[in-house]
Design a protein around this ligand. Structure first.
Ligand code: NAD
Ligand code: TDX
Length: 334
């Protein structure tokens, strides 16, 4: 199988590439990534010497580039490439429209022209919006609340339209919050771990009682692998870990693992439009594709903390770059 992974230098994409190269000795992987602030080739150092892995720097919204690539023949496209951070989408919506919507359209159009046999659109639980009780199924209406979520919902709708209109074999996956190695520091878990390690304040938005359902990234990669092989064209699959936590519970647990004081927690003003709770029903993928999360949340969180402890140069390099400016901009005004 010849697979084109987009956004493979980011958090989930790089974990997915590691996973696929290990699990499928016959598969060949090309990684198309623009290397935005979130793209990091350090995430793929181990893969560089692997002859089945190729890297191309480029933008998924670049039609000429995408066409030139797809001409070489791929069996599947897995689209991870995106602007992925809600807070950044509140600061500036434009790159979210360009990459998440236009970029997805360019890839879908390429898949149509070059008769790609499998197109996985990696989406998110955020497209359903917030839910107080119960959980969203794949049939729940879309109700995105942030510019990020709206751009992902638009990409989902376009993907669906390409399936209905042109029979492009698209599958949409909607995952809950991921955590694990190589996650960029702007997201809650790596931010809390690395700030705690430096004895810096950990900003908690609002009352800290917003709920997220966490999934270890390896469980997500395994779900995607199964979907590539057994998923049905035109379907949507929710993917979640079944580990709901308030943000405060999560940060307390991290501080406990790191043996750091709760006094590091600093309550800051809330994220505008902050979704209270995300929750997914995963009956469909469980019953039809025989996938369920296998990693225990507590063990996976501990593995993740150990990974950041063991990879200080990785995150110190990020902290000393563009991230510092972003961090000041986001948190000094809260
Ligand atoms: P990330 O921000 O860590 O990585 C995104 C990657 O995409 C980076 O390598 C970046 O350089 C690349 N990229 C951005 N714009 C590009 C463009 N125009 N062309 C080519 N490459 C581009 O994101 P992530 O957390 O790994 O998320 C990956 C995907 O999974 C996204 O589509 C996101 O919406 C989705 N998702 C993420 C989560 C989560 O918890 N992180 C949960 C559900 C769904
Ligand atoms: O410093 C922080 N303090 C804080 O209280 C940060 C960065 C976040 N938070 C809160 C906001 C959320 O309630 O923690 C929760 C998690 O925040 P993020 O890590 O920014 O994730 P979230 O906004 O839930 O979105 C994530 O999951 C769905 C990913 O970033 C998305 O790409 C994915 O689609």
């Amino acid at each position: 199988m010849k697979v084109l992974v987009t956004g493979g230098a980011g958090f989930i994409g790089s974990n997915f590439i590691h996973y696929i190269l290990k699990e499928h000795p016959q598969w060949e992987v090309t990684n198309l990534d623009k290397l935005t602030y979130a793209g990091n080739l350090d995430n793929l150092r181990d893969a560089e010497t692997e002859p089945r892995y190729h890297f191309i720097k480029g933008d998924i919204a670049d039609r000429e580039l995408v066409d030139g690539l797809l001409r070489h023949g791929y069996d599947a496209i897995i689209n991870f490439a995106a602007e992925s951070h809600v807070d950044r989408s509140i600061l500036d919506t434009s790159p979210f429209i360009e990459t998440n919507i236009k970029g997805t359209q360019v890839l879908l159009e390429g898949a149509r022209q070059y008769h790609i046999e499998r197109f996985i659109q990696v989406s998110t639980d955020e497209v359903y919006g917030s839910i107080e009780n119960g959980s969203f199924s794949e049939l729940s209406p879309l109700s995105p609340n942030s510019p990020y979520a709206a751009s992902k919902a638009a990409a989902d709708l376009l993907s669906h339209a390409y399936f209905q209109t042109y029979h492009v074999p698209v599958i949409i996956t909607r995952s809950s919050n991921n955590f694990g190695p190589y996650q960029f520091l702007e997201k809650l878990i790596p931010l809390a771990i690395t700030n705690a390690l430096e004895d810096k304040p950990i900003p908690v938005y609002g009352d800290g009682l917003n709920i997220r359902d966490w999934i270890f990234v390896v469980d997500h990669c395994r779900a995607l692998d199964i979907i590539i092989q057994k998923g049905e064209d035109g379907q949507i699959y929710n993917i979640a870990g079944g580990s709901e936590k308030t943000n405060l519970e999560l940060v307390y647990q991290l501080l406990g693992l790191l043996n750091k004081p709760k006094s590091l927690i600093t309550f800051v003003s809330d994220r505008p439009g902050h979704d209270r709770r995300y929750a997914l029903n995963i009956t469909k993928i469980t019953e039809r594709l025989d996938w369920k999360p296998e990693c225990s949340f507590d063990e996976a969180l501990s593995v993740t903390v150990d990974w950041y402890l063991g990879h200080k140069p990785w995150w110190l390099r990020i902290k000393s770059g563009e991230y510092a400016k972003y961090y000041d901009r986001i948190y000094l005004h809260r």
